[in-house]
Ligand binder design. Structure first.
Ligand code: FE2
Ligand code: FE2
Length: 153
């Protein structure tokens, strides 16, 4: 079994504990959507698609676990570190790359490392394309425009 699949089984188990059906479906759709977008961007940008996908699967787990988005990126990096330590799927260096991306993913206005930027962009792609009839959020417009240009959309 691939390590991405192993991680997804773990995430699925945790997300399936959310009682509210709509929240459960929305959480699953978002994590898998960001994970897919992250893999595509990684392939485009010459980064590691597997690590990108794993970061996508874990990036909002803290918010789903606690029901709070308060500082969820920073606290989520700690949670991801604990999960990856428990699952033993990644090297220390890989864990650091994933956790750094999660730590920075809510800082959409700043520019960080290539994998950090990739996760921010994958998050924006999922937000904007899960229902493209809705207007793009002001705080995501700049990244959305840059992504459309990069991807020729
Ligand atoms: Fe988030
Ligand atoms: Fe997200």
């Amino acid at each position: 079994m691939s390590r991405l699949k192993e991680l997804r089984i773990y995430v699925d188990k945790k997300i399936n504990k959310i009682e509210d059906v709509d929240k459960r479906i929305s959480a699953t759709a978002h994590l898998y959507g960001v994970s897919l977008a992250a893999q595509m961007l990684a392939k485009k940008r010459g980064l590691d698609p597997e690590l990108a996908a794993m970061a996508g699967m874990l990036h909002d787990m803290y918010a789903y676990k606690t029901g709070s988005y308060e500082d969820h990126a920073h606290l989520g990096a700690d949670l991801a570190n604990t999960i990856l330590g428990k699952l033993e799927l990644t090297t220390t260096e890989e864990t650091d790359i994933i956790c750094s991306a999660i730590y920075h993913h809510d800082d959409k206005a700043s520019v960080d490392s290539p994998m950090d930027e990739l996760l921010k962009d994958a998050d924006v792609l999922d937000h904007c394309f899960k229902d493209s009839s809705k207007p793009v959020k002001e705080k995501e417009q700049k990244r959305y425009d840059a992504l459309c240009k990069e991807l020729g959309l």
